[in-house]
Structure formats: structure tokens, C-alpha cells
Write a protein of this length. Structure first.
Length: 99
């Protein structure tokens, strides 16, 4: 996450990029919707950390904006923090820097 800027709808707009900048994103985030932290083994492995932060975008995936010539889809994975049986998630990456 690089920055958070106010959006017109009262939501914050989270801005970010991969390490090299080839993939950039802008995500509207509601101020009144709680963020979640997932400690499941799938998220820990995918993020290389003890947890991952799950931020629901306003309007779902349609509200997200990407500049992503280098974005490559990863394989389907699971997240036990989204559903007890492990909701299916797609973890994509940058084809240039692999972040």
C-alpha cells in the first residue's frame, strides 16, 4: 500500500504497486467496513508473513482499477479467513519483479 487518498464517495482510495512499478492499482475502501486479518496456512504461505490483511473493496472487484501490463494470474488458492471451508482466491503477481 503506497497511499490512501479520499475518494468522492466518502471511501478511501488505497493506491499501491508491485516493487518495480509495472503493476499499479487503485482500490476504493469503505471507511465503515472492518478490515480482516487472516492467519490461515494458505495466506501465511502466500504472503510470507504471519498474517495477511483482507480489505473488501467498495463495489467488489468492479471498483478496482489496474495498470497491469505485467500482471500474471496465479493459481487458485484458498483463504480460511473468508470462509470456514476455504474460499477460493486468485493470487496474481508481477511478471517483471515477481512481487
Amino acid at each position: 500500500l503506497m497511499a490512501a487518498a479520499p475518494a468522492e464517495s466518502g471511501a478511501l482510495r488505497a493506491l499501491g504497486s508491485c516493487r518495480c512499478g509495472a503493476v499499479r492499482l487503485s482500490v476504493p475502501v469503505a471507511r465503515d467496513v472492518p478490515w480482516r486479518v487472516c492467519h490461515c496456512p494458505h495466506c501465511r504461505r502466500a504472503h510470507g508473513a504471519a498474517w495477511s490483511v483482507l480489505v473488501p473493496p467498495v463495489g467488489g472487484a468492479r471498483g478496482m482499477e489496474f495498470t497491469a501490463e505485467a500482471l500474471r494470474p496465479g493459481v487458485d488458492s484458498r483463504c480460511l479467513g473468508l470462509a470456514p471451508d476455504g474460499a477460493s482466491v486468485r493470487r496474481s503477481f508481477c511478471a517483471v519483479c515477481f512481487s
